[in-house]
Design a protein around this ligand. Sequence first.
Ligand code: SF4
Length: 347
Amino acid sequence: MKPLFELSLPDLTSVLKEWGEPPFRAKQIWGWTYQRMAGSFEDMSDLPKNLRARLTAEIQFTRLTPVINQTSKDKSTNKILFALSDQHKIESVLMHYRDRHTTCISTQAGCAMGCVFCATGQMGFDRHLSPGEIVEQVMWFARDLYKEGDKLSNIVIMGMGEPFHNYDATLQAVDRLTDPEAFNFGARRITISTVGLIPMIQRFADEHRQVNLAVSLHAATNDLRNELLPINKKYPLEALMQACRDYVAKTHRRITFEWALIQGKNDGAQQAHALVKLLSNPKLMCHVNVIPLNPTHDYAGAASERERVDQFKNILDASGIPCTVRVRRGIDIDAGCGQLRIKASNP
Ligand code: SF4
């Protein structure tokens, strides 16, 4: 069966043409899929019954099967472990804030980057997701919100996997999500996060997209970054920071740096000052997000205590580097990337 979310509008149009359907049908189905939030072909109530039946028989509406669906006690976070058609598993999260709803989606089943503190990194790489599998995760939560008369505010592409390791599929998914004829989502409300694949940062800069870029830094010296993020051995900090500076110069867009604070490891004054140095002279147009680590089974590091978080932030504040302390969400539902999948395989 053809998967619906792998079809472009011209693809769908030619399928419908082969079936002898009038030309407007493809647009009608497209509208139901991306804008009227149908959850199945049966929901497309103004299509003839026999066409709905044929679509159901010959085109696969969704390939996502929820295996675990958990909502945090405070109802702020909904995390789903999905099985794909080939039974590989991915995680997707919806986070509710006072004034917005943000989804965090995956681009790969597993991840090849091996960041030591990350549950997904600990499990290794299975495969890349297709553009449609990336889009489907967004549409899943968009439909849930639609039922409640609400809609998505932000999409962050920082779930399982390294998006820039699966660059083409990720950006094709972004194109579909931002296409005015499809989901019509604002590119400025999408953020892609990378651990620092320099050639892809350069490519992304050259494409001059409106999508936001976040770089997971986590350490400001090569020794420590090599230890935490093995990719640093291939793309060391000096080259990475130059790529980030080039990105900002080319796009005139602010870059975000992510920093998971690990007690006694990367949360001390020395690392904070080293970070200030990396981002200064000249000052880089950026924002730093710090978040206490989500502990994982195979990594001994713990989340930084409040006092150390504050000390770290104070050093950045004193140097005029914008910094926000993010709140960990969904700790009671294994909301850290990869944790739910590990739990499912070791119940
Ligand atoms: S932090 Fe991101 S890039 Fe690193 S191993 Fe985990 S999923 Fe992969």
